[in-house]
Write a protein that binds this ligand. Structure first.
Ligand SMILES: CCCCCCCCCCCCC/C=C/[C@@H](O)[C@H](COP(=O)(O)O)NC(=O)CCCCCCCCCCCCCCC
Ligand SMILES: Nc1ncnc2c1ncn2[C@@H]1O[C@H](COP(=O)(O)OP(=O)(O)O)[C@@H](O)[C@H]1O
Ligand SMILES: [Ca+2]
Length: 547
């Protein structure tokens, strides 16, 4: 073994029945077979097949267990009879990337002749791992036993806990006993200083609990009043990991590209970090909720409200309620006002999807932007709080605000395929009253490659803030003709007033899978308020580790 000052170590070891040269560079572990060559008189030649694993994707290194060791020895004895020469062994567990963003924990065991060398390999690899300070050591885990198909506990015990154990992560596990148990525990009881992160085993609703518990706790600890819509919220230092065990699991899917518990566990182990925007929702200056994925009024609000009655159906309740809501074909009158985002964050209809290391999300509103904003504030007359806002009156089948793509297995590209996880904006999608067939075509486009925004009755804006006010019987605003899209299907102003009875019905807001109890809301995006143990969706790469 060579061991220079840069800690490159290199040994000839045995892997299965093959003799391999194993090298640990400062950030990469590599091994390749050394073949006996009958053609060469001088002995060995190197195989082309070199395997590499980045140290940051090593889960752990362990002295190989006795029985595994014994098996390996008997195996090697039969084939090559080198067991006497290689009686010691260590196993490296690492992330193996397979298809479709799916990660698995793979093991490679190396046998060596010398106990000291074996121990030195373990020690040096562990030293390299200890430099990776972004890895969590202590986690607080909340399991919703009733989420999705009620498999949360089993998923955690069978798929996740073994990975955490292997990585030496210590956990405190709480299986929730009631709705809001996790939220309340985080708000008041949990000793956050004891942990590097919080793990949520459940669906988007369970994530919402964790989000509210954590964000509220941090604001309380820092004396920030969440009821102030313009309050600058304090970001959370603890990251959140999501083990998908719910019905939609769109937050997990949209941040790692798959809903797979082992993949999630591995993103937590390697200490990934993905910042994420959070929308704060207020009603008349009173804080209601936070949202990270979908805030939907009309169609998605109605689907959710109806689906709660059929929770026993599990994830299928959304299909049933979706079908019923589609047949009801309701529309709702209201006024939407919004503050458009700057051009440098792109547009919902550009094809710049948010991917791992996204450039647009790295352009966090900098001091320059904040300065611009501040000077803008100053220029503003005191009573002109609507400066820069656009106002749209209309009858809508759906009003959706997607702060991220909302990709999920039902719609792999999501409600807004180009929405960004951490750009400080949300994509406001307005689906106006249209025929059933038109709305069906729009829905269908969420499942194929066609552009769901390319319809006369759909418009989409990238915004930093928005407000919604439903129409009341005694308050139906006169529609501003200039705000209406040019379509023969839209009613003229006079008929709008005549037919207001059919547009003063109210829906409810679906806020990440929870119903809001108010319909008039003010929404403001808080840029990168939280971080997840995730890295965004990676561009598709070769299936196996580099060769
Ligand atoms: C014709 C097929 C149309 C399929 C359209 C699929 C669009 C799906 C977009 C899904 C966006 C999901 C956004 C995430 C919401 C979640 O926060 C939230 C909570 O999740 P949790 O239960 O895990 O806690 N989930 C939801 O609100 C569920 C929304 C699911 C909507 C499903 C809608 C299905 C529509 C079916 C229409 C059928 C028309 C048939 C006509 C013959
Ligand atoms: N122990 C519990 N009993 C009942 N409800 C719970 C419990 N723990 C969490 N919940 C609630 O269950 C709801 C749904 O949870 P979630 O994990 O998102 O599953 P799903 O995706 O199936 O909706 C959430 O509103 C959450 O607050
Ligand atoms: Ca966003």
């Amino acid at each position: 073994m060579e061991n220079n000052n840069d800690k490159i170590i290199c040994s000839e070891l045995f892997q299965k029945h093959r003799k391999v040269e194993v090298v640990l560079y400062p950030a990469v572990l590599a091994w390749k077979e050394i073949e006996k060559s009958s053609k060469r008189s001088s002995g060995t030649c190197e195989s082309e097949h070199r395997q590499t694993v980045e140290v940051c994707e090593i889960v752990a290194v362990h002295k190989t267990e006795d029985e595994v060791d014994a098996q390996a020895r008997s195996h090697t004895k039969r084939i090559n009879q080198p067991s006497q020469q290689y009686p010691y062994a260590f196993t490296v567990s690492y992330v193996r990337k397979t298809r479709q963003h799916l990660w698995r924990c793979a093991d490679v065991t190396f046998h060596c002749a010398d106990q000291q060398i074996c121990e030195q390999w373990i020690q040096v690899t562990n030293e390299q791992l200890s430099i990776l300070t972004n890895r969590p050591k202590n986690l607080l885990v909340y399991i919703n036993p009733y989420g999705g198909k009620r498999r949360g506990e089993r998923i955690y015990e069978q798929k996740v806990a073994p990975v955490f154990r292997r990585a030496g992560i210590l956990t405190d596990v709480i299986v929730t006993e009631r709705a809001n148990h996790a939220r309340d525990h985080l708000k008041t009881e949990a000793n956050l200083d004891d942990y590097d992160g919080v793990v949520c085993v459940g669906g988007d609703g369970m994530f919402s609990e964790i989000l509210h518990g954590l964000v509220t706790r941090i604001q309380t600890d820092h004396g920030v009043d969440q009821n102030q819509p313009d309050a600058e919220l304090v970001p959370c230092s603890l990251r959140i990991g999501i083990i998908p065990a719910g019905s939609t699991d769109c937050i997990c899917f949209a941040t790692q590209g798959t809903n797979d518990p082992v993949t999630s566990a591995l993103h937590i182990v390697v200490g990934d970090s993905q910042p994420m925007d959070v929308c704060s929702v207020h009603h008349n200056g009173v804080f209601l909720k936070y949202s990270v994925s979908l805030l939907g009024y009309g169609f998605y609000g109605d689907v959710l409200a109806d689906s709660e009655r059929n929770r026993w159906l599990g994830p299928a309740r959304y299909d049933l309620s979706g079908f019923k809501t589609f047949l009801s074909h309701n529309h709702y009158g209201g006024t939407v006002s919004f503050l458009p985002a700057d051009d440098n964050v792109g547009h919902p209809r550009d094809k710049l999807q948010c991917r791992s290391g996204c450039r647009i999300c790295q352009h966090k509103p900098s001091s320059k932007d904040e300065h611009d904003e501040a000077s803008e504030e100053k220029e503003k007359p005191a009573d002109d709080s609507d400066r820069g806002w656009s106002v749209i009156h209309g009858k809508f089948i759906a009003i959706n605000s997607a702060s991220m793509s909302c990709a999920c297995p039902r719609s792999p590209k999501g409600l807004s395929p180009s929405a960004h996880l951490a750009d400080g904006t949300t994509d406001l999608i307005l689906v106006r009253k249209c025929s059933r067939l038109d709305f069906f075509k729009h829905l269908l486009r969420h499942t194929n490659n066609n552009d769901q925004f390319d319809h006369w009755f759909v418009e989409v804006h990238r915004v930093r803030k928005f407000r919604f006010q439903p129409w009341h019987h005694n308050f139906v605003p006169l529609e501003d003709a200039s705000e209406r899209p040019l379509s023969p299907d839209l009613s003229p102003i006079s008929s709008l007033q005549e037919t207001c009875d059919d547009c003063t019905a109210e829906s409810s807001w679906n806020c990440d899978g929870e119903i809001l109890h108010h319909t008039a809301i003010q929404v403001s995006v808080q840029c990168q308020l939280i971080r997840l143990f995730a890295r965004g969706i990676e561009e598709q790469q070769d299936a196996e580790v580099a060769v």
